[in-house]
Write a protein that binds this ligand. Structure first.
Ligand SMILES: Nc1ncnc2c1ncn2[C@@H]1O[C@H](COP(=O)(O)OP(=O)(O)OP(=O)(O)O)[C@@H](O)[C@H]1O
Ligand SMILES: [Mg+2]
Length: 287
């Protein structure tokens, strides 16, 4: 990573509060976010990262929004989420209200855990009406003090012109930023999933003791079913404590592959809309 000269100014000016980083795909958002994390930690500032990029997630796993509070530079070595919010999709445009809700929930969680600065990384969906709806929706929900806008030209102007109560830092896209193609993006996600599920076990949970949700709504699993290999969120109450991969139904049980060790207190299953192995979108759960 090669820091740009104006990145230092952000560190100097931002003392506390929430900063959201906006930019197109491959603008260097995550690179800048990691630089800021490191710099703040070296100044002994307690900083939280909210990773709201459900496609090229860095802190969390694809299909989730996540957060972690960092207390010291050493915490960077354990770059894994403390909490996650399940979206279950790789495509933010189909889940805009829940993307906004999840980002807000993770920012609030960060504040409740005592973070002095909260940095929000975002997806590269900025174009057109959908990009505007998603980004302005997030900004209105989390009320950031600062919007860091990574631009090549004026691709963020339609969003920035609607920002009301935040300071905007305009930052040029680094000349070292590199584009990644679709294949590299899929490989990246495969690696994240392989790492997460590597020490998994196959478990069975009694269906009648669980609530099922699809796209945030209650879902009758007995009549509709689930496609094999679909990503699942495993919940205790409102919190997604682990991810799983749907295997099959057997008798009155749902059979799931998951690294989750303790199965006590599981109350709900969130059903995703893509398969983990091939990352194919499954529009409706069906059996
Ligand atoms: N300042 C920099 N120095 C060196 N490499 C950089 C720099 N900025 C970006 N890159 C490289 O460019 C690529 C894209 O950067 P990054 O992942 O930070 O972008 P992003 O905006 O988060 O992308 P996405 O929208 O996919 O999440 C990465 O390979 C990253 O290492
Ligand atoms: Mg990124």
């Amino acid at each position: 990573m090669i820091p740009e000269p104006d990145w230092k100014d952000i560190v100097k000016e931002l003392r506390k509060g929430t900063a959201v980083v906006l930019g197109a795909t491959d603008a260097g958002k995550t690179t800048l976010v990691k630089y800021l994390l490191k710099e703040f930690l070296h100044k002994n500032i307690k900083v939280s990262l909210v990773d709201s990029d459900i496609g090229q997630s860095s802190l969390g796993l694809p299909g989730t929004i996540s957060m972690k509070v960092f207390n010291s530079p050493r915490d960077m070595d354990d770059f894994k989420a403390d909490y996650m919010f399940f979206i279950g999709s790789l495509n933010p445009s189909e889940h805009i209200p829940r993307m906004i809700e999840g980002t807000k929930a993770m920012v609030e969680k960060s504040k409740s855990k005592g973070a002095d600065i909260v940095i929000v990384d975002t997806t590269g969906l900025i174009a057109g009406g959908l990009g505007k709806e998603l980004k302005i929706g997030k900004i209105r929900a989390i009320k950031p003090d600062v919007v860091i806008a990574l631009q090549r030209g004026e691709e963020l102007e339609h969003i920035l012109s609607l920002v009301e109560d935040a300071v905007i830092y305009l930052v040029d896209v680094s000349r070292f930023a590199r584009e990644r193609n679709r294949k590299q993006r899929i490989e990246y996600r495969n690696k994240k999933f392989a790492e997460y599920f590597k020490d998994s076990q196959i478990i069975g949970l009694s269906i009648k003791e669980l609530d099922f949700f699809y796209r945030g709504r209650r879902f009758d699993v007995k009549t509709t079913g689930i496609e094999p290999d679909v990503l699942l969120g495993i919940n205790r109450g409102d919190s997604t404590v682990a991810l799983g991969i749907f295997q099959r139904f057997k008798d009155d049980k749902i059979v799931i592959k998951t690294p989750l060790k303790s199965l006590s207190g599981i109350t709900g299953i969130m059903i995703g809309s893509f398969t983990v192995e091939n990352q194919v979108t499954v529009n409706k759960p069906s059996g």
